[in-house]
Design a protein around this ligand. Structure first.
Ligand code: PLP
Length: 402
């Protein structure tokens, strides 16, 4: 041993690698110990070799790490790997997916500005847009994400930000990314797309015109239900000049430990997504003909109302199936309570199959009127199809349906 502290070496050039190679190797910063697996730097601070180096670091003239609220080598590896997968110039990790959504919007908006969002939003995203931002003098408008006429009307007035999910949670509505980005850009807005359901394996929104991608890494990027994490991706100018000062000074930092787990999660992401998609397709097939089921929604099935659009933008249907039981809350709760394998849980993107009743859980707070607009009924159930054997998942649902 030389006693020299490990200094990360430059990351490999991932530009010519195919996605799966990027998922395994992009962003790795090897230290002088030449470890094969990425190092976990559990440190809050960094020592400087001299007072001059500390001064240069604070002036922004040295790339030395400063403090883990500002940056950490393990977090950097996570950010650079995800950026390579999304095809983004830059990325910043955040503590949760909600921090990613919120801080992406904060970086774009100020009092007097206007945000237009699809009403098909995750419950907490809906809270930010419809309740929180207006308190700070930011006007918000919700439109039906699948209705291009509604988007056009809302974006006939200037706006600074546009936010949507595609596919959406929980109804798996698809937004025409290219068309909405064109309308948004004409209105002067920056488009923020929540890509949590598709992941960069199935959909790369920047290629379709989106400006900023946000992730709940809690979902498929971890993929095993272990932790929370998020990320914001975009141009270097947006990430470094607009987002970074806000997140550095307000503190939604991603923990290095979580970044390490998420970094390793990306190595198996495409393999897992392949199986999530195959299992979800099998389950959707079994449910769609079932006499107790009114409809089953899965983007990769031709009976999904926006199937053609979904398949233009995505290379697979994803891991979530949403269906409506014939009957109301009583029949639906009885079915959920008969499940033996699938867990009742509002999380998703886990190796374990998880099922939830959005009207009484994830989408309870938005109220019955808004739920009706979204098509979330008392019999609506969302299942995040896991990595168990598809036969066992289908058998459990079929026995629970009775
Ligand atoms: C879960 C989820 C979020 C929030 O992510 P957290 O990591 O739970 O904060 C945001 N958007 C979508 C689409 C989600 O599914």
């Amino acid at each position: 041993m030389t006693g020299v502290p490990p200094q990360p070496k430059a990351a490999p050039d991932a530009r010519n690698w195919k996605p799966q190679t990027r998922a395994v190797r992009a962003g790795q910063l090897r230290t002088d110990y030449d470890e094969t697996s990425e190092a976990l730097f559990l440190t809050s601070g960094y020592a400087y070799p001299s007072a001059e180096e500390a001064e240069a670091t604070f002036k922004g003239e040295s790339a030395h790490y400063q403090y883990s609220r500002f940056g950490n080598p393990t977090v950097t590896m996570f950010e650079n790997r995800l950026a390579a997968l999304e095809g983004a110039e830059a990325c910043r990790g955040t503590a949760t997916g909600m921090a990613a959504v919120f801080f992406a919007l904060l970086a774009l908006l100020k009092a007097g500005d206007r945000v237009v969002a699809a009403r098909q939003l995750f419950g907490s995203c809906h809270y930010i847009v419809a309740e929180l931002l207006p308190r700070y003098g930011i006007e918000s408008e919700l439109v039906d994400g699948g209705d291009l006429v509604a988007w056009e009307k809302a974006l006939s007035r200037p706006a600074q930000a546009v936010l949507f999910e595609s596919p959406s949670n929980p109804m798996l509505d698809i937004v025409d990314i290219r068309a909405v980005c064109d309308l948004a850009h004409r209105a002067g807005a920056t488009v923020v797309l929540d890509n949590a359901f598709a992941t960069p394996i199935l959909q790369r929104p920047l290629e379709w015109g989106a400006d900023v991608v946000v992730h709940s890494a809690t979902k498929y990027i971890d993929g095993q239900g272990r932790m929370l994490g998020g990320a914001v991706l975009g141009t270097r100018a947006f990430i470094l000049d607009k987002l970074q000062p806000i997140i550095r000074n307000t503190g939604p930092a991603l923990s290095p430990f979580n970044a390490w787990v998420l970094l390793k999660g990306m190595e198996t992401l495409s393999l897992r997504m392949e199986r999530h998609c195959a299992n979800a397709a099998r389950l959707a097939e079994a449910l769609s003909g079932h006499p107790k089921i009114a409809r089953a929604l899965y983007p990769a099935r031709p009976d999904h109302p926006q199937h053609a659009l979904a398949m233009r933008q995505m290379s697979g249907g994803g891991g979530v199936v949403t269906f409506d039981l014939k009957g109301g809350k009583t029949e639906t709760f009885a079915m959920l309570n008969r499940l033996r394998l699938v867990d009742i849980s509002n999380n998703l993107g886990d190796a374990k199959s998880l099922i939830t009743h959005p009207a009484t859980t994830t989408h309870m707070r938005i109220g019955a009127a808004e739920r009706a607009k979204l098509g979330i009924g008392e019999g609506t159930v969302r299942i995040s199809v896991g990595l168990e054997d598809a036969d066992d998942i289908v058998a459990d649902l079929v026995q629970a349906l009775g």
